[in-house]
Design a binder for this molecule. Structure first.
Ligand SMILES: Cc1ncc(COP(=O)(O)O)c(C=O)c1O
Length: 397
C-alpha cells in the first residue's frame, strides 16, 4: 500500500470537507488557464492596479521596519479611520477599540462570522444565486444554507416575504451581500427596511457583506446596520479589495457589537493572528486619501456597465440593469444552451471567458456572469465576439 493509499484508507480527508461542493468557478478557471489569447471576463476583480500612493504607503511601512504582527484587532489608526468613515457615510457608530476587527479580506470575515454565530444544525437564510463562499462557510460551521430564490422578475432582490416563509425554529441568521455578486443587484432602503422588520419580529441575526458598498450607479448604498434598531442585530463586513482595487493585499474588516466581536476574535487570533501588516498600512492610505481614486474607477465602471448592458440586450442575451458591483448577469436561454455549455463553447470558439450562473446556486442556472471590470476596448471586442457567437448559435436552432 502506498503512503497515499494508506491515508485514503484511513480517511485522510475530513467528512465535512468532503461534503463541500466543488467550486464551479475553479473548474472553469482551470479551463481558462489552458487557453491562450482569451478575453477574460471571468474573474471578479478590478482590472485597475492599486493606486500608486496606496502601494507606496505599504512599501514605506516596510522600509521603516513595520514588519511585525499588529494588534490582533488590527492597527488602531486603521480601525479609527474605518469607524469615522462609516459614521460620516452612513451615520452608524462603531467603537474602534471593541467593535472592529481588521481581517484578511472579507473572505476571512465571512468565516469568522459563521464560526462565531452558527451552531451545528442551525439554518442560515441567504440569497440564491450568491457569492460562492456563502454556502460552503455555513456548511463548514456545521449549519445549513437555506436559499431564497432571487430572479430577474424581482430584480434579483431578496424579498422579505420570501425570507419569512423559510424561517423555522432552527433559523439563526439572515446572510446577504448587496450590491450582489454575481447579479449586480442592489437592495434599496425600503427593501432593507422590510428585511429588518422580519429580522426583528423573528429575533434573527443579520450578516451583511457590504464589500461592494462603494460600487453603485445612480443610487445610494444603504448600510444595513444604520437602519433603526439594526446595529446590535447586524454583523457588518467591509473591505478594500473592490473599491480600492486591492484584491491581492488581503485586507477587510468586521464591525459588530462587543460580544460578537469578542467571539470572532477568539477564532481570528488562532487562524491568522492579524491581517498582513503592510496591507493594513496600504488600507490606512486608502482610507485617508483614496476617495478620488474610488470615484474615478466607479465612473469608468459605469461607462463600461452601460455599454455592456446595451450590447447584451441588443444581441438577445436579456440582461436586467445591474446597479451595483461590476457584473452583468444575462440569460443565455435564446441560444438553447445550458449556462455551462454556453460558457465552455464561447470559450472554445470565441475565446471569451464568462462564468456559468449555476456556479452561484441553482437559481443562477440559465445565466452567465460577466465581469465588466476589464479594459473598455477588450469589452467592446468581447461583445463583438459574443454577438457573432449568439447569432451563429441561434440561427442554427
Ligand atoms: C460578495 C463578496 N464578498 C466577499 C468577497 C471576498 O473579498 P476579499 O477579497 O475581501 O476577501 C468577494 C470577492 O469576490 C465578494 O464578491
Amino acid at each position: 500500500m502506498t503512503e497515499q493509499e494508506h491515508l485514503t484508507h484511513r480517511g485522510a480527508i475530513s467528512q465535512h470537507v468532503q461534503a463541500l461542493p466543488a467550486s464551479g468557478i475553479r473548474r472553469f478557471f482551470d479551463l481558462i488557464a489552458n487557453t491562450d489569447d482569451i478575453i477574460s471576463l471571468g474573474v471578479g476583480e478590478p482590472d485597475f492596479v492599486t493606486p500608486p500612493a496606496i502601494s507606496a504607503a505599504a512599501v514605506k511601512s516596510i522600509d521603516e521596519g513595520f514588519t511585525h504582527y499588529t494588534s490582533n484587532y488590527g492597527l488602531p489608526e486603521l480601525r479609527q479611520l474605518i469607524s469615522t468613515h462609516l459614521h460620516k457615510r452612513y451615520g452608524v457608530e462603531y467603537d474602534p477599540s471593541t467593535e472592529i476587527i481588521i481581517t484578511t479580506g472579507v473572505s476571512e470575515a465571512i468565516n469568522l462570522a459563521m464560526l462565531a454565530i452558527v451552531d451545528r444544525g442551525d439554518e442560515v437564510i441567504g440569497p440564491d444565486p450568491s457569492y460562492v463562499a456563502y454556502l460552503p462557510t455555513v456548511l463548514l460551521a456545521g449549519g445549513t444554507y437555506v436559499p431564497v430564490p432571487t430572479t430577474p422578475a424581482n430584480d434579483f432582490k431578496m424579498k422579505a416575504e420570501d425570507i419569512e416563509e423559510l424561517i423555522t425554529p432552527k433559523t439563526k441568521a439572515i446572510f446577504f451581500g448587496y450590491p450582489c455578486n454575481p447579479t449586480g443587484a442592489i437592495m434599496e432602503r425600503k427593501d432593507l427596511l422590510a428585511v429588518a422588520d422580519v429580522a426583528k419580529r423573528h429575533n434573527l441575526f443579520v450578516i451583511s457583506d457590504e464589500i461592494y458598498d462603494r460600487l453603485v450607479y445612480g443610487t445610494e448604498h444603504t448600510c444595513f446596520s444604520s437602519l433603526p434598531d439594526m446595529k446590535d442585530r447586524t454583523l457588518l463586513m467591509g473591505g478594500f479589495s473592490k473599491a480600492y482595487a486591492m484584491t491581492g493585499w488581503r485586507v477587510g474588516y468586521t464591525c459588530g457589537r462587543v460580544d460578537l466581536t469578542e467571539a470572532m476574535m477568539r477564532v481570528h487570533q488562532y487562524i491568522t493572528m492579524s491581517a498582513p501588516t503592510a496591507a493594513q498600512y496600504a488600507g490606512l492610505e486608502a482610507m485617508r486619501n483614496g476617495e478620488e481614486d474610488v470615484r474615478g474607477m466607479v465612473k469608468e465602471y459605469d461607462r463600461r456597465r452601460k455599454m455592456m448592458v446595451k450590447e447584451l440586450n441588443d444581441m438577445g442575451l436579456t440582461c436586467f440593469e445591474p446597479r451595483g458591483a461590476f457584473y452583468c448577469f444575462p440569460s443565455v436561454s435564446i441560444t438553447g444552451m445550458s449556462d455551462e455549455t454556453f460558457s465552455e463553447t464561447l470559450l472554445m470558439e470565441e475565446k471569451v471567458a464568462v462564468v456559468p450562473g449555476s456556479a452561484f446556486g441553482q437559481f443562477g442556472v440559465g445565466h452567465v456572469r460577466i465581469c465588466y471590470a476589464a479594459d473598455y476596448d477588450d469589452l467592446v471586442e468581447a461583445a463583438k465576439r459574443m454577438r457573432r457567437f449568439v447569432e451563429r448559435h441561434t440561427t442554427s436552432e
